[in-house]
Design a protein around this ligand. Structure first.
Ligand code: S3P
Length: 172
């Protein structure tokens, strides 16, 4: 079984994914880190040197590579992964994949991204004032894809342990 976590930037996909994998005793894979290792450069550098279209093509390619592995793992996607190249349909076409959307409200995402956006090329250059409007619009566009996940968990004001327990209860 593969468990896929998806959601907007800073919704906790990697943090939750690591903890979930540890409780399930299966490996954790972060798609962004996987891309960085395979490409030999950071996401920031890939955006700067090759552009977003190149990144989206690679993201699609490496996602399929991981899905085709005959291994169990928890996989955290990048915030945009489900929204490009038919990736959400690819994910949903696998019967051994459980997808979970970690849904956060705009306020939660703004608070988190205000503190942690330097390595996220799409928001790195925005001011705090611009961030709220950007996220509101962007999340509205992306929700269509995120909501196609097989499971949705609201994460605002929940502890990491509660979220991990909630995902675990989906699995039993
Ligand atoms: C992106 C999110 C990032 C990373 C890239 C693009 C996006 O991942 O894949 O910067 O389009 O939302 P995180 O969600 O882990 O920040």
């Amino acid at each position: 079984m593969k468990i896929i976590l998806l959601g907007y930037m800073a919704s906790g996909k990697s943090t939750i994914g690591k903890q979930l994998a540890a409780t399930l005793l299966i490996p954790f894979v972060d798609l962004d880190n996987y891309i960085e290792e395979c490409e030999g450069k950071s996401i920031k550098k890939i955006f700067e040197e090759e552009g977003e279209i190149y990144f989206r093509n690679k993201e699609h390619e490496y996602l399929k590579e991981l899905l085709n592995k005959n291994e169990d793992f928890v996989l955290s996607l990048g915030g945009g992964t489900p929204c490009y190249a038919g990736n959400i349909d690819v994910i949903n076409s696998y019967t051994n994949v459980i997808s979970v959307y970690l849904r956060a409200n705009i306020g939660t995402l703004v608070n988190r991204l205000e503190l942690d956006r330097v390595n996220r090329p799409l928001v790195a250059s925005l001011t705090n004032e611009q961030l709220t409007e950007y996220i509101a619009k962007h999340l509205f566009e992306r929700q269509f894809y995120y909501n196609q996940a097989k499971n949705v968990i609201t994460i605002d004001s929940k502890s990491m342990e509660d979220i991990v327990d909630e995902i675990n209860s989906l699995l039993s």
